[in-house]
Every structure is written in C-alpha cells, then in structure tokens.
Design a protein around this ligand. Structure first.
Ligand SMILES: NC(=O)c1ccc[n+]([C@@H]2O[C@H](COP(=O)([O-])OP(=O)(O)OC[C@H]3O[C@@H](n4cnc5c(N)ncnc54)[C@H](O)[C@@H]3O)[C@@H](O)[C@H]2O)c1
Ligand SMILES: O=C(O)C1=N[C@H](C(=O)O)CCC1
Length: 249
C-alpha cells in the first residue's frame, strides 16, 4: 500500500526561498502542497497542512511559530534570527504539545552543514579562527544565521577541548574593523549583488592556515535539505536545531 503524501504549507511563498520551496514541494512525489501564503494572507488555509515550511523574516517568524504550535502543526524553519531566548520560548511551548516537531536549520545546504561539522572538528586543533560570510545585498540580517551557528559550534568545540581563543595583538582598531564577535569568534559580513550564500571559516596555527569554504550558487542547493526536513519532522517531536541532527553524518 502506498503512503499518502505529506501535506505541506509554505509561509513566505512569494519570497526568494519560499517560491523555490513551493516548486520543490510540487516536484516531490511524497509531498503535496496545500497552502502557499505570504504576509497578509489568512493563515486558516494552513490548517489543511501537516507540516509548514517558514522562510519569512526574523521579525515575523516567532509569531508564525506561536500560531503553528498552537494549531498542532509541525514546522520546518529556514528563517534566521534565533537567539537562546527564542529557542527557550519554543521549548516551553512545545513542552505542552508533545506530538509537535519544530526543525530549525540556519542552513539547509548539504555542503554548508558539512563545512560547519568540519569547522567544529578543526576547532579542537586551532585556537585561532575567524569567519567571513558573503551574501546577496538584499539579505535582511547580519551576521548570517549560518555564520552565527558556525561560531557557536567552534566555541562549543573549544570548550570541550579546554582551548581558549587564540590571542592577537590588535589593540587599536576602527569600530567594526574586526567584525562582530560571536562567542569570541570574529565574524565578517560581506553584502554584494551577484552573490547567493557563501561562507569561509579560516583557522591559523604555527606556520599554516586552513580554510574551509562553502558556496551556494543557487537557491536549489537548499531544497534537498528542506524536503528531508519535511519528511523527518513528522516523526521528530520537540525542537531540533541544525540539519546535522537529521542527516546521517
Ligand atoms: N536556512 C536556510 O538554508 C536559508 C537559506 C536562504 C535564506 N534563509 C533565510 O530565510 C529567510 C527568508 O529569506 P528570503 O531570501 O527568501 O527573503 P525574501 O525577503 O525574499 O522572502 C521573505 C518572504 O516572507 C514574506 N513574509 C514576511 N513576513 C511574513 C509573515 N508573517 N507571514 C508570511 N510571509 C511573510 C515576505 O513578504 C517575503 O515574500 C531569511 O531569514 C534568510 O536568512 C535561510
Ligand atoms: O539568503 C539568505 O538570507 C541566507 N540566509 C541564511 C543565513 O543567514 O545563514 C542561509 C544562507 C542564505
């Protein structure tokens, strides 16, 4: 007997990512698009869905998730802007809804997930690390969610290895010249038309450097991860942060 397709709704459907997700879901044999909504649309149409994919805006995503969780809908979230406070609120809401799953991934591209994993491995051996993230100039937030997540993974790996961040001698600097500091990792953000989504993680050691780089050249690069997220979240209650927890790495 063939299983019925997973009923999927998309929030942010007229945006760059949302429009790409709509096409990907329509092309997936095991999924059925039941709602494609954008700002101002009536969320009632989402009640036909089992899973809702959100690619909207950091200022909108928490209200969307409050609504989805209250309506017992699973969520796959690519929208960025998640602080520890936001994640704690979601864990609290999900505690009252034990069957609902929310998967938040700062980056759904396989190569980006692998780059973050490799960076965490390298961080145990190199005390000095910096991140450069490069994106299109219509991106709302900086630094990117991916870069912030990478920095946190580097910080966690350092803490586990008992390694302090490597020193540098810079004491005189123009504001912003050393980028933002995310858990003691410097993150530099570049915004240019023509770019899609790119990240370099640079490590320095005695007489050597190591650079890990990932490039998303097209938004289709995120789609296998999004579709996998939809398939996974229906049997993964609670909050999951990072596609690395879903992939068999
Ligand atoms: N996780 C990933 O792999 C990944 C990949 C690319 C982009 N992103 C993130 O996804 C988000 C969207 O990126 P984008 O480039 O598609 O932006 P975009 O501006 O092209 O699209 C966002 C869309 O969301 C709509 N929107 C805003 N508020 C809404 C609401 N309350 N309900 C429904 N729709 C609403 C907007 O009208 C717009 O059409 C950003 O946070 C971006 O960083 C994540
Ligand atoms: O285009 C964007 O915006 C992207 N946002 C995510 C981030 O902030 O890390 C992922 C890559 C593309």
């Amino acid at each position: 007997m063939t299983e019925s397709p997973i009923r999927v709704g998309v929030l942010g459907a007229r945006g760059r990512m949302g429009a790409t997700v709509v096409k990907a879901v329509e092309g997936a044999a095991d999924q059925e698009l039941v709602a494609a909504l954008d700002a101002g649309d009536d969320f009632a149409a989402l009640e036909k869905a089992q899973v809702v994919v959100d690619f909207t805006h950091p200022d909108a995503v928490m209200d969307n998730l409050r609504w989805l969780i209250a309506h017992d809908l699973h969520a796959v979230v690519g929208t960025t802007g998640f602080s520890e406070e936001r994640l704690a609120e979601l864990r609290g809401l999900l505690a009252d809804k034990p069957s609902v799953g929310v998967l938040i991934a700062p980056n759904f591209a396989l190569g980006a997930v692998l780059a973050m994993r490799f960076a965490a491995q390298a961080a145990k051996f190199y005390a000095s690390a910096e991140i450069i993230e490069l994106h299109h100039n219509r991106k709302a937030d900086a630094p990117s969610g991916t870069a912030a997540h990478t920095a946190r993974m580097i910080a966690a790996a350092r803490a586990e290895a008992g390694l302090a961040p490597g020193p540098d001698a810079t004491t005189s600097e123009m504001d912003g010249a050393r980028g933002a500091s995310v858990e003691d990792v410097h993150v530099h953000s570049v915004r240019l038309p023509g770019l899609v989504a790119h990240e370099e993680i640079l490590f320095g050691g005695e007489g050597e450097t190591l650079t890990i780089r990932h490039d998303s050249l097209d938004r289709t690069s995120f789609m296998p991860g999004v579709l996998l997220g939809v398939r996974s979240v229906v049997s993964r209650p609670g909050l999951t942060v990072g596609l690395e927890n879903v992939l068999d790495l």
